[in-house]
Design a protein around this ligand. Sequence first.
Ligand SMILES: NC(=O)c1ccc[n+]([C@@H]2O[C@H](COP(=O)([O-])OP(=O)(O)OC[C@H]3O[C@@H](n4cnc5c(N)ncnc54)[C@H](O)[C@@H]3O)[C@@H](O)[C@H]2O)c1
Length: 327
Amino acid sequence: MKVLVTGGAGYIGSHLVWEFLGKKCDISIIDNLEFGSQSLIPKNIDILVADISDEKKILKLLQKKKFDIVIHLAAYTKVAESVRDPKKYYENNFEKSKKFFNFCIRNGINKFIFSSTCAVYGNSNDINLFENCKKNPLNAYSDSKWKVEQYLEKISLENNLSIVTLRYFNVTGADDQMRCGLISNPENLIKALCEFILGKRKKFIVNGLDYNTKDGSAVRDFIHVSDLVDLHYLAAEKLIKQNKNFYEVYNCGYGKGFSVLEIVNAFEKIIKKEINYKIGKRRDGDAEIAVANVDKLLKEFNWSPKRNNLDIILESSLNWEKKILNL
Ligand SMILES: NC(=O)c1ccc[n+]([C@@H]2O[C@H](COP(=O)([O-])OP(=O)(O)OC[C@H]3O[C@@H](n4cnc5c(N)ncnc54)[C@H](O)[C@@H]3O)[C@@H](O)[C@H]2O)c1
């Protein structure tokens, strides 16, 4: 399978690249390295350091390789920043994605996987988030993703394309062999906790303890990045077999929620020490509960996640953080 991955030098992209290479795929990456790093990906990988809007550079690659499928992960990902600067997010995540998809289609590609987010559901009262639940993006980040989703559904029909949109819940953890992990994203809860535990951060704040949840802190569905990457492979295999119009969306999580305080407690057990957190205000644009309903995913794919265990997730995150802090 010849696969083009945008954002392939980023957190999720780098795990995807290692995994797909292990399955003997022919992989190429486009990444402008604004947030990605070549240190996360194999040394001999085919990488085009370019923006997804740089059609001149991308044309050469598309003509040379004739890809079977494009997996589009490149995006800005910080919710708080998108609240401050929505234009930046609509421009990079929506306008540039639209342009990039159309450019690929004009150059003969008709199979795509798109990275979306559970944040498209916003602050839903549904404890059980099905794919067809009401969408209510609360910030420019999630709205830019929702706009791309709607656009893809429309053009898939018009252009006879086969597309899978994956709505990731909270992606976390690091590669089992520690070849890659999360290097940037101050908003990531588990990374922030690891940094606090290892002394890189001076304080750790629980953002909001007045949510209507079991212990007052927000609840999330944490999925290990390597299990998520396996889902991309299954989706790619499915799309390769399609030769007619196909558009489907799948929630990607484990279908189980943990509160922020439960994560803190689980870390305390791992490190055998109390974590002295501070309580802060809710952040703008944060949802109360986001837990996937994964019935559709499990029905469609023969997926058996290997790391659906909080200790595995937290320990791999902590080990990665130790590695990048040289501890
Ligand atoms: N991490 C999560 O929990 C999570 C949850 C839901 C959805 N997602 C989605 O998954 C995808 C990957 O996220 P990530 O966590 O790996 O983020 P990341 O920032 O680590 O990776 C994104 C990569 O895209 C690159 N990039 C951004 N804009 C680009 C552009 N215009 N041209 C070329 N390269 C560009 C960056 O340099 C970076 O390497 C994103 O689309 C994100 O919205 C992530």
